[in-house]
Design a protein around this ligand. Structure first.
Ligand code: AMP
Length: 397
């Protein structure tokens, strides 16, 4: 049992850093409440123990202090609904008299939501003064905001110094993310296949470098594959290419060879005569793309080969799509990978999908429940994959 699950918060004021950075429309309606729903089990555990919950979060990127558009008050009715109709108190400042008074009068079973932390520029600056003021609100601090775990902000990391180690906890969201990431990065059962896609080599170099130390196989798809093709003398037409990364691509291939890591590049591609949903398309070897054409998805041979590697893996990490999956004409490759990852998972492999667009793709294709874990923290998970220490995790430690 985890430290959080084992603890009793009876009679305690529990200050939780959540990630309630949800999208709102023009009428301040929540258009995707995934992040709020994710925090409910953590909140309910504390309430069930007989504790009091004080929630703090950021919302959007306010530049000039309090702004109606970024007020967390818009979340109160929905939060109350998610908590089965419980009253949710609101303080229109995250520190200050009203926040302290409201927190001071709370009773077991009550929930208080504080106003947007980023109305203070000190939050993102990691100001200890703000962190100390926030810490006065809670007897214990729970960090459950994985989405901001890669930032050393006042509420996500700096606040930790005002609590002794036994009063610092991960909530269930953080715990789930950390356990999944650790399973892949430090306890991977072999063969371990990393599937890396997306647009740019430059965005993924650190991840690939870290994975060269850990994976048995690395599948490289998406736009970044063409830089690897060109670096090896291939013709790539007008496919995406980072000219300044050609040497990096060669270095990665060389290191992989030295370390005995198998790098799999797409043998063929779905090519198009323009970057458009209704472009003319054809299949071509990825290193023989005619002038004027570009690779926008992996081809059928590549998809089959990648699927074979995936299906014989025991651990799978997937970051980045295999093609321009937003356009139906170029989503076959990404879908084929999703099918293979799902099949491998049903045969006992552990699969983690993390970071931006691969998560969107898995959701779009309806595979969310067919993989072991889908990370909610885009940037944070990417930095975790890069092997960095995340301040929000280290702070709880
Ligand atoms: P990333 O955020 O780096 O994971 O990149 C995701 C983006 O890469 C998606 O919007 C895809 O449409 C895009 N992408 C994937 N493959 C290609 C490709 N072959 N050419 C251009 N863009 C691509």
């Amino acid at each position: 049992m985890s430290k959080f699950a084992a603890a009793s918060f009876k009679g305690q004021k529990v200050l939780i850093r959540v990630d309630f950075n949800v999208p709102l429309n023009d009428k301040f309606e929540i258009t995707d409440d995934t992040r709020m729903r994710a925090a409910i089990p953590t909140i309910q555990k504390i309430l069930a123990d007989g504790g009091m919950v004080i929630l703090m979060s950021h919302l959007g990127r306010p530049k000039d202090g309090p702004t109606e558009k970024y007020s967390l008050k818009h979340l109160v009715p929905h939060l109350s609904q998610l908590l089965g109709g419980s009253t949710v108190l609101f303080a229109n400042d995250c520190i200050g008299e009203q926040a302290y008074l409201t927190a001071g009068m709370m009773r077991p079973g009550e929930v208080l939501l504080l106003e947007n932390l980023r109305f203070y520029k000190e939050e993102e600056k990691g100001d200890p003064g703000l962190a100390e003021k926030l810490s006065k609100l809670g007897d214990v601090w729970v960090n459950d905001a994985f989405g901001t775990a890669h930032r050393a902000h006042a509420s996500t990391a700096v606040i930790a110094q005002f609590y002794p180690p036994e009063k610092r906890f991960f909530g269930y969201v953080m715990e789930g993310e950390v356990i999944a990431a650790e399973k892949v990065l430090h306890k991977a059962e072999k063969p371990f296949t990393a599937i890396i896609g997306g647009a740019k080599v430059s965005d993924k170099i650190l991840i690939i470098e870290n994975l060269l130390e850990k994976a048995t196989d690395i599948i490289i798809g998406g736009g970044m594959a063409y830089t690897f093709m060109k670096a090896q003398g291939g013709q790539i037409g007008k496919s995406l290419c980072e000219e300044d990364r050609l040497q990096t691509a060669l270095d990665i291939l060389k290191i992989a060879k030295e370390k005995g890591v198998n790098i799999h590049l797409p043998e063929d591609s779905m090519i198009a005569d323009q970057f458009a949903a209704d472009a003319n398309t054809a299949i071509a070897p990825s290193n023989e793309i005619p002038d004027g054409w570009m690779g926008l998805d992996i081809g059928p041979l590549a998809a089959e080969k990648f699927a074979t590697v995936i299906k014989s893996s025991k651990t799978i990490l997937w970051n980045g799509p295999m093609g321009v999956f937003e356009m139906p004409a170029f989503q076959k490759g990404t879908k084929a990978i999703a099918v293979a990852v799902a099949e491998s998972t049903s045969n006992g492999a552990f699969s983690l999908v993390g970071g931006g667009d691969s998560v969107a793709a898995v959701n779009q294709f309806g595979f969310t429940d067919k993989v072991s874990y889908v990370s909610t923290g885009g940037g944070a998970m990417l930095e975790y994959f890069e092997g960095k220490v995340l301040p929000g995790i280290a702070a709880v430690g």
